[in-house]
Design a protein around this ligand. Structure first.
Ligand code: ATP
Length: 438
């Protein structure tokens, strides 16, 4: 397939693999469905998303407490939460090729879309991964890999209250892995079997729920805008009465226009007292001298879906005529905001076989690395190739040390989006970048 015929998703998937963002899970053994591995740049991007989330929702606030609960939890948690009985999708199997499908995703529920064979009866398939704990193999030793991080928060509600005595309203946040045995994992890292969530359970007085629902709707919108999502592609979908969970009086799905359709990116739900009731937990209000079961507002985001939406929002192509320095080829680049970009800045000597240039460039590299951390040394190929590589991974600035640097103490700093190059003093690069980051 030629470059031109590739779809945007194919371009993103191949860029992700080529440049070290996302690889197929267990690739050298043929892969494992619904699993993906993050390479060095993918990890950096994920960490930036998580750090910005943590900064916005936890560390900059006085009413949030973060926990990191175990992935393996007592099965009683999942019995109480309703997951053992009800966390399932409808499944049908083809009698001929034995491929399995989610019934609700089929147009024709009688005929196999792969081989045309007859589909069997639809049945409910529980999506939790089950395993055994310890050496015993009876049912008392059955545990589940958590399908959401939220229950890890609820089971620690009393612990956090007893340790910190927070006043209502307050929130408990958690970032961590979740596992779902999806019947049909698909669309790259959109629907996978192992993923990461960033969830907040915000505990409120029941009468305040509408106020805090609106408040979180605004804050989560602000967050994805600050991350750099293309807001024209983000849509708030109010979930109607018949489609919401029975305990929820209001739910909004924030959907993103992915190339494969407009799909849920993250959710905001009012969960009432459903979870604390299930776990028989309550709160004593010392001032009012009363026992209450707080209600919950839950903003719940998937890190992997967010990362994919960011890649899609940031991906840009310049026509050959617009990218003067690129030898008449189309230039592709990721226009990440600097605080999200996996690499803030790359440093190169103009040529790599001149020790005096390399020495100077190493000094500049050391200085920037100590200040910003996410700085890359890049001396492979000619300068045009390096710019192109850095554009593709979304590095906002490239700093080049050349022969003039040896006499005028200036370096060239090139901007990813405009291609414009400026000469600035070595001693001023840190301030130059800091100013742009602010
Ligand atoms: P969907 O309807 O797409 O299966 P969901 O409504 O079951 O999603 P939630 O249970 O609300 O999802 O989970 C909260 C968030 O976790 C989702 O908005 C999404 O960002 C993320 N998420 C859920 N399932 C997956 C998955 N299989 N792969 C990647 N991310 C997921």
């Amino acid at each position: 397939m030629s470059q031109k015929e590739e779809t945007k998703m194919e371009k993103i998937i191949s860029l992700s693999k080529r440049r070290g963002f996302v690889y197929q899970g267990s690739e050298i053994y043929g892969g494992l469905g619904g699993t993906w591995d993050y390479g060095p740049l993918g990890v950096a991007l994920k960490n930036n998303i998580k750090d910005l989330w943590r900064k916005k929702f936890v560390s900059s606030r006085t009413d949030m407490y973060e926990v990191d609960a175990a992935i393996l939890m007592n099965s009683k948690v999942w019995e109480a939460s309703g997951h053992v009985a009800g966390f399932s999708d409808p499944l049908v199997e083809c009698g001929k090729c034995h491929h399995r499908f989610r019934t609700d995703q089929l147009e024709d529920t009688k005929k196999c879309p792969d081989c045309g064979g007859n589909l069997g009866e639809s049945r409910q398939f529980n999506m939790m991964f089950e395993t055994q704990i310890g050496a015993m193999e009876d049912s008392s030793a059955t545990v589940y890999l958590r399908p959401e991080t939220a229950q890890g928060v609820f089971v620690n509600f009393k612990n956090v209250v007893d340790s910190f005595h927070p006043k209502l309203p307050f929130g408990i946040a958690q970032i961590g892995k979740a596992f779902r045995n999806e019947i049909t994992p698909r669309d790259f890292i959109f629907r996978v079997r192992e993923f990461e969530q960033m969830e907040i359970e915000y505990f409120i007085r029941p009468e305040d729920w509408e106020k805090y629902f609106i408040y979180f709707k605004d804050v989560v919108t602000e967050f994805v805008e600050e991350l750099g999502l293309d807001m024209n592609l983000v849509h708030e979908i109010e979930i109607g009465d018949g489609d919401r969970a029975h305990y929820s009086k209001r739910t909004i799905d924030f959907e993103f226009e992915y190339p494969f359709g407009q799909k849920e990116l993250f959710g905001l739900a009012y969960r009432g007292s459903f979870d604390l009731d299930n776990h028989k937990l309550e709160y004593i209000d010392e001032e009012m001298k009363e026992k209450i079961v707080p209600h919950v507002i839950e903003p719940s985001m998937g890190v992997d879906r967010m990362l994919l939406a960011l890649l899609l929002s940031a991906y840009k192509e310049d026509l050959p005529a617009q990218s003067g320095e690129q030898n008449n080829e189309t230039r592709s680049y990721l226009a990440f905001k600097p605080n999200v970009a996996p690499v803030i800045c790359a440093v190169s000597p103009l040529v790599k076989n001149k020790p005096e240039l390399v020495d100077q460039a190493r000094i500049v590299y050391g200085m920037l690395k100590a200040e910003f951390g996410r700085v890359m040394w890049d001396d492979n190929g000619n300068i045009g190739k390096r710019y192109r590589r850095q554009d593709e991974i979304g590095t906002p600035w490239c700093v080049v040390v050349d022969y003039d640097t040896l006499t005028d103490e200036c370096v060239t700093i090139r901007d990813r989006d405009t291609g414009v190059q400026e000469r600035i003093k070595k001693s001023e690069i840190i301030d130059y970048i800091k100013e742009k980051l602010a």
